[in-house]
Design a protein. Structure first.
Length: 121
């Protein structure tokens, strides 16, 4: 009874959110997120966390981008047409891969220093 009353008061004062606002993403953002997932080789969980979204959302976008067997090429189950990647998008993917490689190459010496400069054990 006490919880119900306090929830009611909080709702009346606007301090208790009763529903979350639903975020909407553009088709271009969805395509880029899926391309990053597929090109980076990183786990889905990690990529989803980087984008600040639930892994299931990214998983659904990836699945929707793959046309099921027997369906018309380029069409999704939701009736939306997937556009082919442009030259700019291909360049962006290439640069993202190159950046990821450079970051890994940069981080390796840092990690090695951390390992070898630790207390003797």
């Amino acid at each position: 009874m006490l919880v119900e009353t306090s929830d009611k008061l909080l709702r009346e004062r606007g301090a208790l959110m009763t529903s979350k606002t639903r975020r909407e993403f553009t088709e271009e953002f969805k395509r880029e997120a899926v391309l990053l997932l597929e090109s980076s080789g990183r786990p889905l969980m990690q990529v989803a966390k980087e984008f600040g979204m639930q892994p299931s959302m990214l998983r659904n976008w990836r699945a929707r981008g793959r046309a099921p067997a027997g369906s018309a090429a380029g069409h999704t189950g939701a009736g939306k047409v997937l556009l082919p990647a442009s030259a700019e998008q291909a360049e962006i993917r290439r640069l993202q891969k190159e950046l990821e490689l450079a970051r890994m190459e940069r981080d390796i010496p840092k990690k090695a220093i951390g390992i070898f400069s630790g207390p003797p054990g």
